[in-house]
Design a protein around this ligand. Structure first.
Ligand code: XLS
Ligand code: NI
Ligand code: NI
Length: 442
């Protein structure tokens, strides 16, 4: 990437200017260089840019084509366009101060007329990415394979009723694992693209789930074989594109992983908009994963609660994010995961600077939420309330219940002879909601 050929000539590296700044191209809460607990805020947040939205999304929807045109998209040779696009992307990653990026194989290199040709195209762009990563210090948070766009996958990839399609998908993921390793990816994500069904009339649900699990086992075996050490993640989503997706939510994902003996090697990549599509809150999905030590990474976006599909918007709802951050911090953070902006510009947001506004807003909201959650935890009011609420399990027969050292008979005796009727205790929800609001609004 030569300095002289900037793709964003009018926009400098985004700087932190503090909460009082009215510069729309500055951070107000995210100071990447601020040191907290011995690491920088940037190292703490591990923000990542989603290549598919930021650099392949052009604003198309089912009612019309793309609206967003970028100068770097012009040219006749698809490989050199892909390289220039990648130059632009890495310039953006640096200017927005994102230490990570994420991609699908087909985002970065065009699909060829055969698997061999597709792999060759991919190799060229992976070599280019390797140079750019080295030059910029930007790392790969996770890689994945696009097993949903090509028409061959219309009835699913590993859950396709045709073993031929299963085999093709296996070959594609084999290569995706190799390139993720080659680029030092810290995780590998399985989002179940079209792994689900449109109608049960033509579907053998049990066989499809068995096949999905067999595919995951093959991926683990191959990763071991090539020495890929990254964390495997499942990204649940209840519906879209299929009517029913097998990785519906975190709870059903845990059941699936345990059923097939995969629970030790997988964690979850939780997406805000997928949580709400499943009828859950973002925080709920984080808590369920964390409760089993399976919180892996976050796809940071927001949905529109009035709409029934994945709108993938940038999240500026500091209250929602504070609650999520509380659960993430309580769980001890994300480990090798990070906050990946799986979010796209609205169709009419066609200016280059819109891409900056979008990510600045998302990063600032997450950073502010992180700080508020950190204060809430440090002051301990919420935590001590919850602790006190369960204190009866810390001693006597309560402790014996948790240790499984007491049964129905003994408990019956206790109630009949000593305890009698329990005294009702308030859940104090309104007090707690006010407490959270006091941190949000001062
Ligand atoms: C789609 C998913 C997808 C995954 C990566 O809804 O969020 O973008 O994150 O395959
Ligand atoms: Ni996602
Ligand atoms: Ni999504």
């Amino acid at each position: 990437m030569k300095k002289s050929s900037s793709h964003f000539p009018k926009i400098d590296t985004i700087r932190y200017e503090g909460p009082a700044s009215d510069n729309p191209l500055a951070f107000r809460h995210f100071d990447p260089d601020e040191v907290m607990d011995g690491i920088t805020f940037s190292e703490q947040m591990r923000f990542s840019i989603a290549y598919w939205h930021a650099f392949r999304g052009a604003g198309s929807d089912p009612f019309g084509p793309g609206t967003i045109t970028r100068a770097w998209e012009s040219g006749k040779d698809p490989i050199s366009v892909a390289k220039t696009r990648m130059d632009a992307a890495f310039e953006f990653f640096q200017k927005i101060r994102a230490p990570f990026w994420c991609f699908h194989d087909r985002d970065i290199a065009p699909e060829g007329s055969s698997l061999l040709q597709s792999n060759k195209n991919l190799d060229k762009l992976v070599a280019h990415a390797k140079i750019l990563q080295k030059q910029t210090g930007v790392h790969l948070l996770w890689g994945t394979a696009n097993l949903f766009s090509n028409p061959r996958y219309m009835c699913g990839a590993s859950t396709n009723p045709d073993a031929h399609v299963f085999a093709y998908a296996a070959a594609q993921v084999k290569k995706a694992l190799e390139v993720t390793k080659e680029l030092g990816g810290e995780n590998y994500v399985f989002w179940g693209g079209r792994e689900g069904y449109e109608t049960l009339l033509n579907t053998d649900l049990k066989r499809e789930q068995d096949h999905l699990a067999a595919f995951m086992h093959m991926a683990l075996d191959y990763a071991k074989k090539i020495g890929f050490k990254g964390q495997f993640l499942i990204e649940p989503k209840p519906k879209e594109p299929t009517k029913h997706q097998y990785d519906f939510d975190v709870a059903s994902g845990i059941a699936f992983l345990r059923t097939y003996g995969l629970e030790k090697q997988f964690k979850f990549n939780i997406e805000t908009n997928h949580a709400t599509l499943a009828g859950h809150t973002f925080q709920h999905e984080i808590e369920v994963a964390a409760s089993q030590g399976m919180l892996g990474s976050i796809d940071a976006n927001a949905g529109d609660l009035l709409l029934g599909w994945d709108t993938d918007q940038f999240n500026t709802d500091v209250r929602e994010l504070t609650l999520a951050m509380l659960s993430i911090q309580k769980a001890g953070g994300l480990g090798t995961g990070g906050f990946n902006f799986d979010a796209k510009l609205r169709r009419p947001s066609i200016d280059l600077e819109d891409l900056f506004h979008a990510h600045i807003g998302g990063m600032d909201a997450y950073a502010l939420a992180f700080k508020i959650a950190r204060r809430i935890i440090a002051e301990g009011k919420l935590e001590s309330f919850v602790e006190a609420r369960y204190a009866s399990f810390d001693q006597g027969y309560g402790k014996l219940i948790e240790k499984k050292k007491i049964g129905f008979k003994e408990l019956e005796k206790l109630v009949l002879t000593q305890l009698g009727e329990p005294k009702p205790k308030s859940g104090k929800q309104e007090y707690l909601e006010n407490l959270i609001a006091s941190y949000l609004h001062g």
